[in-house]
Write a protein that binds this ligand. Sequence first.
Ligand SMILES: Nc1ncnc2c1ncn2[C@@H]1O[C@H](COP(=O)(O)OP(=O)(O)O)[C@@H](O)[C@H]1O
Ligand SMILES: [Mg+2]
Length: 330
Amino acid sequence: MEKILEVKNLSTAFATDSDLITVLDGVSFDLIKGKTLGIVGESGCGKSVTSLSIMRLLPRPAGRITGGEVLYRGTDLTKISLGEMHKIRGNKIAMIFQEPMTALNPVQKIGDQLGESFRLHFPNMNDDEVRAQSLNMLESVGISDIRRRLREYPHQLSGGIRQRVMIAIALACKPDILIADEPTTALDVTIQAQILKLIKDLQKENGMSVMFITHDLGVIAEICDDVVVMYTGHVVEKGSVNDIFENPKHPYTKGLLESIPRLEHPRKTKLKIIEGMVPDLLNLPSGCRFGNRCPYIVDECKQKVPVLEKVLDAHYSKCLKHASFMKENV
Ligand SMILES: Nc1ncnc2c1ncn2[C@@H]1O[C@H](COP(=O)(O)OP(=O)(O)O)[C@@H](O)[C@H]1O
Ligand SMILES: [Mg+2]
């Protein structure tokens, strides 16, 4: 199993007028070649900052990587020049966002934007080849009426089609890695399902590795091999999809699992939510950061800061009580 991306002890901070706020604190995980890694956690837990840090797209000058490494095929992306990073971005590692409108140029026709992506990565292609490849790509992301689409502007397309166009542009360069940051969150469920299937199909064809960011564990169950659970800029649990769903070893993961709607009992069971709020990063509780919301908290949790401990094989949990935190609790 080849690790195509190794995030090691990554820390990222934002400077404000008065403080330096650490929003990622020692985040580590591996993306395996050809596999899909899910990153899950409530809003504000650091998922997007993780992907922006990997891509070196943090808003400047406030945001900066303050420690750790991001190894892509062994090269530390945090250390290379911006010129070198530019070559990797969109070429080897592509990213798609939740809101395709911000990623597409509103005043440029779809055909030109897609064509540009091909020209950038395959400078020897002539116009006919670029057009043929563009049509091919639109078709492969399940868009119909492709010739007309090439002549249209982003605002003429529905949200679902725009999202597919963005995926087509991202995949035009046949990236090694696709980072998808909540790419289906704004879409209705039918289109969401189509896009997930599309990413899976393309992955099978190209052997691409995918990092899929979502706040929805239901989506994770559907498409991921491995999962990283994030909370307040920390990894609190990571493991295979099976580990996370069948044997969660962190109360936060358990809380997230309980808030997934279940098909078996559509309306009968009321969905649980995790009580309380994500703490302010400038005002974190002592000991475990999940302590103020944890139904299983004991005194020790308030005094001791938990570390990510191995549960079994590649399964890790940042809970002092993980050894006694059993499936029966779920
Ligand atoms: N540009 C920014 N300036 C200051 N803080 C930011 C900025 N972007 C994100 N943050 C903070 O970083 C933390 C993680 O945010 P984010 O990664 O966007 O969360 P998620 O994607 O998991 O919802 C949050 O506390 C957020 O307020
Ligand atoms: Mg986000």
